[in-house]
Design a protein around this ligand. Structure first.
Ligand code: ADP
Ligand code: MG
Length: 240
């Protein structure tokens, strides 16, 4: 494989000390190549969020190494970590995290504003990202004028707009009904077909089934890591 987008080795994470010590990760090694679509599953307490926070450069491991697009993230200090994060990762959260009373297109533009991109180019790129998720016609709507599924697709556009090396999603369909889940998964399918690298955490087997690779965590360890034939959407597209 060419240089992996993500390459973690023997990650451990220990919380607390003494009697309160928790070994949240007990030696996790994982390489994700460009264009892969990985679902991470595991029961509550298995270490999913801990792993996701480390993969997202939001937290540091107790031990182990982490290369993100060839950059040794375990050695970066806070400011560099924030820069690597902004440049390399697009985040999608369970709760969408859109800014209220700001239009969809303005929300999508935000990461570009932080990166210092000028307003005209910001607008063009944000509109193109909304086009990708099928919501160009909702660009002027504010979050509370959009359905849950539409809000999450706006959040996907916001994650995409900086052209990150990695899309990282934590329970992206956890707050959605089945129809909206279908719409969001269809966007992920489409992004995966277009060569995007996606890592997501999910509790839902039907979400995990759509990925190309399924990883199971139990008690801070990877117990299964296998390729699978992704299940493709059986439903038609609902965009309204
Ligand atoms: P999951 O997301 O799979 O539910 P987590 O990564 O949140 O699992 O948690 C893994 C283990 O680490 C759990 O036992 C949890 O209680 C513990 N844990 C998580 N975060 C902290 C923290 N900040 N301090 C102490 N223990 C924590
Ligand atoms: Mg969790």
């Amino acid at each position: 494989m060419t240089r992996p987008v993500l390459d973690v080795r023997e990650l451990t994470k220990v919380y607390g000390a003494g009697e309160a010590t928790v070994h949240a990760l007990r030696g996790v090694s994982l390489a994700v190549g460009r264009g892969d679509y990985v679902a991470i599953m595991g029961s509550s307490g298995s270490g999913k969020s801990t792993l996701m926070n480390i993969l997202g450069a939001l937290d540091v491991p107790t031990s182990g190494t982490y290369l993100l697009d060839g950059v040794d993230v375990s050695r970066l200090v806070d400011r560099q970590l924030a820069l690597a994060r902004n440049r390399l990762i697009g985040f999608i959260f369970q709760a969408f995290n859109l800014i209220p009373r700001m239009t969809a297109v303005a929300n999508v533009e935000l990461p570009l504003a932080y990166a210092g991109v000028r307003s005209r180019e910001r607008r063009l790129r944000a509109m193109a990202a909304l086009e990708v998720v099928g919501l160009a016609d909702r660009a002027r709507h504010e979050p509370n004028q959009l359905s849950g599924g539409q809000q999450q697709r706006v959040a996907v556009a916001r994650a995409l707009v900086t052209e990150p090396a990695l899309l990282l999603a934590d329970e992206p369909t956890g707050n959605l009904d089945s129809r909206s889940t279908g719409d969001v998964l269809q966007v992920f399918d489409q992004l995966s077909s277009a060569g995007r690298t996606i890592v997501l955490i999910t509790h839902e087997p039907e979400v995990g089934d759509r990925a190309k690779r399924l990883i199971r965590l139990v008690d801070g360890r990877i117990v299964t890591d296998r390729r699978q034939q992704p299940v493709l959407a059986s439903m038609g597209r609902h965009t309204v």
